[in-house]
Design a binder for this molecule. Structure first.
Ligand SMILES: Nc1ncnc2c1ncn2[C@@H]1O[C@H](COP(=O)(O)OP(=O)(O)OP(=O)(O)O)[C@@H](O)[C@H]1O
Ligand SMILES: [Mg+2]
Length: 263
C-alpha cells in the first residue's frame, strides 16, 4: 500500500474539538534535510487546524528532519513549509516543541519551568504561578510543583514538559518521540494524559514516533516515511479510542503500516 498515489493531503474533518486556534501546517513539494544530504524529497502534506498527524518511519528516514522543518529550525532545500499559507521562516512562539530528551531547566522547579512560556507571553507573576500550577495539576503533578527536575521520574519530567509546551497556548505542538524513553505502561499513561490535556486546546499536533500502536492511537491520520519520501498518509479509524484497538479497520491499517515499514 505504500504507493504515492495513496498519499492523501486533503483537509479532514476531525474527531477532536476543532477551534480556530489551531495552525494549518503544510509542506509543498518540499525537499528536506541538510544541503549536502537531503533526507526527503517531494513531500506534500497538509495538516488541518486541530488535527493530530502522527509520523512513522524507519530510523534515519527523516522524521526529525520533517519536524525540525515545520518548527522553522531547518529551512526546506526546495519547495515550501507553510503555516496558515505563509512561509515558515524561523521558530515561532506559537509552535511548541517537545523532544524525547529532557529539556527542562535543571535549576528551576517544575512550576518555574512551566512559568517560562507564560513569562514570554507577558503574564504577571501571580497569574503565571496560578496558570503554571493549574497546568501541572492537569498533567497529574500537583504534588511535585516545587520539585527540581532531577528529583522526579522520567515520566514526570515528560509530563512537566508537556505542561510547559501547552502553557504557552501554542497553535501547534511538534513532538519528536516524546515518550520514547518511557516504559510501556508509563508511555500508555502519557498518551492518555496527552489526549486529555489537548482536549479543547484546538492545537494542531505533529507527533513523531517509532511505535506504530502509539501512532494509530493518537493520530487522526498517520504519515508514513520511507526511501526518502512520504509514501502515504492514511486516515485512522476511531482515533484516540483504546477500545477500537481490535476493530477490523484498525487491525487492517496496522498490518498495512507494519508491512510498509518492512517489519
Ligand atoms: N545534524 C545532522 N547533520 C547531517 N546529517 C544529519 C544530521 N541529523 C540528521 N542527519 C541525517 O539526516 C537523515 C534523517 O535524519 P533524521 O534525524 O531526520 O531521521 P529520523 O527519522 O528522525 O531517525 P530516528 O528515528 O533515528 O530519530 C539521516 O540520514 C541522518 O543521518
Ligand atoms: Mg529522529
Amino acid at each position: 500500500m505504500s504507493t504515492s498515489s495513496e498519499t492523501e493531503t486533503r483537509p479532514k474533518t476531525r474527531a477532536r474539538t476543532s477551534s480556530p486556534r489551531g495552525a494549518r501546517l503544510a509542506l509543498r513539494d518540499a525537499t528536506l534535510g541538510r544541503p549536502d544530504s537531503p533526507a526527503l524529497t517531494g513531500v506534500d502534506v497538509d495538516v488541518s487546524p486541530g488535527e493530530v498527524l502522527t509520523v512513522v518511519g524507519p530510523s534515519g528516514c527523516g522524521k526529525s528532519t520533517l519536524l525540525r522543518t515545520l518548527a522553522g529550525l531547518l529551512p526546506p532545500l526546495a519547495g515550501a513549509a507553510e503555516q496558515d499559507g505563509h512561509p515558515i521562516d524561523g521558530p515561532g512562539a506559537d509552535r511548541a516543541l517537545v523532544f524525547q530528551e529532557d529539556a527542562l531547566l535543571p535549576w528551576r522547579t517544575l512550576r518555574a519551568n512551566v512559568e517560562l512560556p507564560l513569562a514570554i507571553r507577558g503574564l504577571a507573576r501571580t497569574e503565571r504561578r496560578q496558570q503554571a500550577t493549574s497546568w501541572l495539576e492537569r498533567v497529574g503533578l500537583a504534588a511535585q510543583i516545587r520539585q527540581l527536575p532531577h528529583r522526579v521520574s522520567g515520566g514526570q519530567r515528560q509530563r512537566a514538559q508537556l505542561a510547559r509546551a501547552l502553557a504557552g497556548r501554542p497553535r501547534a505542538v511538534l513532538m519528536d518521540e516524546p515518550f520514547g524513553a518511557l516504559d510501556a505502561q508509563t508511555r500508555a499513561g502519557m498518551q492518555d494524559v496527552l489526549v486529555e490535556v489537548l482536549h479543547g486546546t484546538g492545537a494542531t499536533v505533529v507527533f513523531v514516533t517509532h511505535d506504530v500502536d502509539e501512532a494509530l492511537f493518537l493520530g487522526d491520520r498517520v504519515a508514513l516515511l520511507g526511501s526518502g519520501r512520504l509514501t502515504a498518509v492514511r486516515d485512522v479509524p476511531s482515533p484516540r479510542d483504546r477500545t477500537a484497538h481490535d476493530d477490523p479497520a484498525r487491525v487492517a491499517l496496522r498490518r498495512d503500516v507494519l508491512s510498509s515499514l518492512g517489519t
